[in-house]
Ligand binder design. Structure first.
Ligand code: S3P
Length: 259
């Protein structure tokens, strides 16, 4: 019995060391972010994560319970990403833009880099309705779909630090504009019609583009939408020819400057 108590005391000491180490680590994560911001440095530095992972793999190569420990470090890394994201933005990021401007791609990159929750509006509406967007348009009509979008925008206002990836038509309803602004900052992604067609050439999930995949059609629809998109946007990012990393870094820097 005595021995068991001693072992438990040892374990409690380990937990205390772990706890204090995590507190110290989180503080360092915050200071790194402060340093990057104060010195106008790139916020996303993917090579650093690669270095940390390589170090961990090496350090664990001959250790017992390597898999379990790796999972713990994975959780630590994810929590650091969240801490960084919260330090950068204490609001939701609302991504808008024409079909194919990269809203989903950029959301999932932000999820990767900052472990931010993503709300992919189209996907959530399709899930809740139990059918594809094309079927919703066909069975219930576009107006019904647009109502679902407005409801979801309002629902998301209770959240913080989430990336809301809007369907391309969301800004077309003027009454969605204040609902978008109440979420946080609105980021407009743009791309040229040619690049949009190239990105969506094999996609069949957008009813508005099916049988309309021409530069003339996209240019025309884009022009009709442009003023609504620009009216609600806090910042605008052209995505032509840029990598995901370039776009996200530009997004962060512009949001920081817009504060
Ligand atoms: C639409 C864009 C689509 C989807 C629906 C209608 C639009 O979303 O909501 O097909 O009106 O522009 P993406 O912009 O994600 O393609």
């Amino acid at each position: 019995m005595k021995q068991l108590e001693l072992l438990r005391d040892d374990l409690a000491q380990c937990d205390e060391i772990l706890l204090n180490t995590l507190l110290m680590r989180n503080r360092i994560v915050e200071r790194i972010m402060e340093y990057k911001e104060n010195n106008d440095m790139a916020i996303i530095q993917p090579d650093q994560e690669k270095k940390q992972r390589a170090w961990l793999d090496k350090a664990l190569s001959d250790k017992k319970h390597a898999g379990e420990i790796k999972r713990v470090f994975e959780a630590v890394l994810n929590s650091s990403k969240k801490i960084q994201a919260r330090q950068l933005f204490d609001y939701n990021i609302v991504l808008i833009g024409f079909m194919g401007t990269g809203k989903s791609t950029i959301s999932s990159y932000l999820n990767n880099v900052f472990n931010m929750e993503i709300v992919e509006m189209d996907q959530i509406i399709a899930q809740r309705e139990g059918m594809s967007i094309s079927d919703i348009f066909e069975i219930h009509g576009e107006e019904y779909f647009r109502d679902k979008e407005t409801e979801l925008l309002i629902e998301m206002q209770d959240k913080k630090n989430v990336v809301v990836s809007c369907g391309g038509g969301v800004p077309m309803r003027e009454r969605n504009h204040p609902e978008m602004k109440k979420n946080g900052k609105v980021v407009l992604l743009t791309a040229s019609p040619a690049e949009i067609l190239e990105r969506l050439k094999d996609d069949h999930s957008r009813p508005l583009l099916e049988n309309n995949k021409t530069v003339d059609f996209v240019t025309d629809l884009m022009e009709k939408r442009r003023s609504r998109y620009e009216a609600v946007a806090d910042i605008i990012i052209n995505t032509d020819g840029k990598t995901k990393l370039d776009i996200c870094e530009e997004l962060i820097q512009k949001l920081l400057a817009d504060n």
